[in-house]
Design a protein around this ligand. Structure first.
Ligand code: HEM
Length: 454
């Protein structure tokens, strides 16, 4: 494939220069991808004055390394992230800080190490098989966004609780939907007020939190009753058995509830959108879809064989990696500087907002050739690795995503299974534009036609 013949999907408009404050705020609320001017994709650091504080967007590898890896203790999650995510994740790993975070991280990491991946692959493959059977029965156009959201929540539920989602899946889906529609959009005061002072949206969020955590507590209680001896069947068994390697402490019932809620939130929508974008890209580039189809032909993707087959899916995995580059679900990693800091010539005052945006980094002119074009060859095993800190779909440093290997296994296996079963085409040519509020979603759910492969 020459550079000229690469497929370049449509992009949301990029402002030519820095947006006035009111337009900037509108972009944060409606589509954060439109908040960075063209210069963001060309420079090392972009600085913006906000009322009462300065905001930095970092693209330079040394600056990113400094904030995420060498001095992470000086940077905490932003107020808006805490307000928006706390109702759904409680005090789980995502939002905890300091010693509490260290205890949780030490305890959780062993539950998601590579030796757990085969058990998780069994759940992924089982749910994918059921999903394919459901899709094969649907006549006419299919909404693959909704289908992938359904499937990813099913996988999250099965991996977490084995078959227990049957009882709770629809309530979980309805509550998540309500949260996304009513509670997730940031408000100006979410960013300005200290976390202990409620913003206007926090009242609705508190109501949501009560209902959602009630549901999580019911699921956890049911699982604690159903005691199980022997090898863990799912993540819940692993979390129940987990002990802090330094103190020997187990998670309390409330901690278990919050970790379960955190993993469901952090894991399901992110993987669903990765799958949606991967399928959309393959529908747009039939030759690439054909290459994936050739790779997956005859590969054993059953619950028993899926884990072993992962090593034969290099092209499929490269498509997933490229979809994560072009449409990173976590489009921005935001931190607030606790104390003043310095990195080379860059002075970061206390209280500044520091942003590292996978969306911007992954499309940066100096870091990638043809940055806006779809080219999975960048991620084939023999390709040179991306420049340092240029590719961060899962973050970096001590707070790097704990579910990254699980997510990659899930997206690769489901994509492989979908292409093994179906030839996928769009039903129309309307461009699909990414919109980022909590994750990077499409602006509308396009229709797809699925034809069974023989
Ligand atoms: C494609 C799918 C996924 C993407 C793109 C993704 C992305 C990320 C990113 C960028 C971070 C770091 C945030 C930061 O530094 O502020 C993160 C953290 C986290 N992710 Fe994921 N994630 C994915 C799937 C998952 C899955 C499947 C799970 C759970 C099983 C998970 C659980 C978590 C947790 C608990 C954290 C917080 C870690 C900490 O603060 O120590 N993620 N994720």
């Amino acid at each position: 494939m020459t550079e000229m013949s690469l497929y370049t999907p449509e992009l949301p408009a990029r402002p030519a220069t820095e947006l006035p404050f009111a337009d900037f705020l509108r972009a944060v609320r409606t589509n954060a991808l439109g908040m960075w001017p063209q210069a963001a994709y060309e420079q090392d650091v972009l600085e913006r004055r906000m009322p009462g504080r300065t905001q930095f967007l970092l693209n330079a590898p040394d600056a990113i390394h400094h904030v995420l890896v060498s001095n992470p203790g000086n940077y905490r999650r932003s107020r808006a992230s805490v307000r928006i995510l706390r109702p759904i994740t409680g005090n789980g790993l995502l939002l905890s800080e300091g010693e509490e975070w260290r205890h949780q991280r030490r305890t959780i990491v062993p539950t998601l190490v590579p030796r757990m991946i085969p058990m998780l692959c069994g759940h992924i493959a089982g749910a994918a098989q059921a999903g394919i059977a459901r899709l094969a029965e649907q006549p006419g156009p299919v909404d693959l966004l909704a289908e992938m959201q359904f499937l990813a929540l099913e996988i999250a539920g099965r991996s977490m609780f084995s078959m227990q989602t049957d009882a709770y899946g629809s309530e979980m889906r309805a509550q998540m939907q309500r949260f996304a529609m009513r509670n997730a959009q940031p408000h100006l005061l979410d960013m300005l007020l200290p976390v202990w002072m409620p913003s206007p949206r926090d009242f609705g969020r508190a109501l949501f939190r009560r209902r959602w955590m009630g549901l999580m507590a019911r699921i956890v209680a049911a699982r604690i009753e159903a005691v199980h001896e022997g090898a863990p069947r799912d993540l819940f068994d692993a979390l129940m058995a987990a002990r802090d390697p330094e103190t020997g402490t187990a998670f309390s019932r409330t901690e278990l509830r919050d970790q379960v809620a955190t993993m469901i939130l952090a894991g399901h929508e992110t993987t669903a959108t990765t799958l949606f974008w991967s399928l959309t890209l393959l529908a747009a580039v039939p030759e690439e879809q054909q290459r994936v189809a050739e790779e997956v032909q005859g590969v054993d993707l059953s619950p028993a064989g899926a884990a072993d087959s992962l090593k034969h899916l290099a092209r499929t995995r490269a498509v997933v990696s490229e979809a994560l580059r072009l449409y990173p679900p976590a489009f921005v990693i935001v931190r607030e500087a606790i104390g003043a800091d310095r990195c080379g010539d860059l002075v970061i005052p206390a209280g500044s907002v520091v942003m590292i945006s996978p969306w911007v980094l992954h499309r940066h002119r100096r870091l990638w050739p043809s940055p806006d074009s779809f080219d999975p060859r960048r991620f084939l095993p023999d390709a040179p690795p991306p420049p340092r800190f240029a590719y961060l779909p899962f973050g970096a440093g001590p707070r790097i995503c704990v579910g990254a290997q699980f997510a990659m296994a899930e997206a690769t296996l489901v994509l492989a299974r979908m292409i093994q079963a179906f030839q996928i085409e769009r039903t129309d040519k309307r461009p699909v534009l990414p919109v980022a509020i909590v994750t990077t979603q499409p602006d509308h759910p396009p229709g797809f036609r699925l034809q069974r492969r023989h």
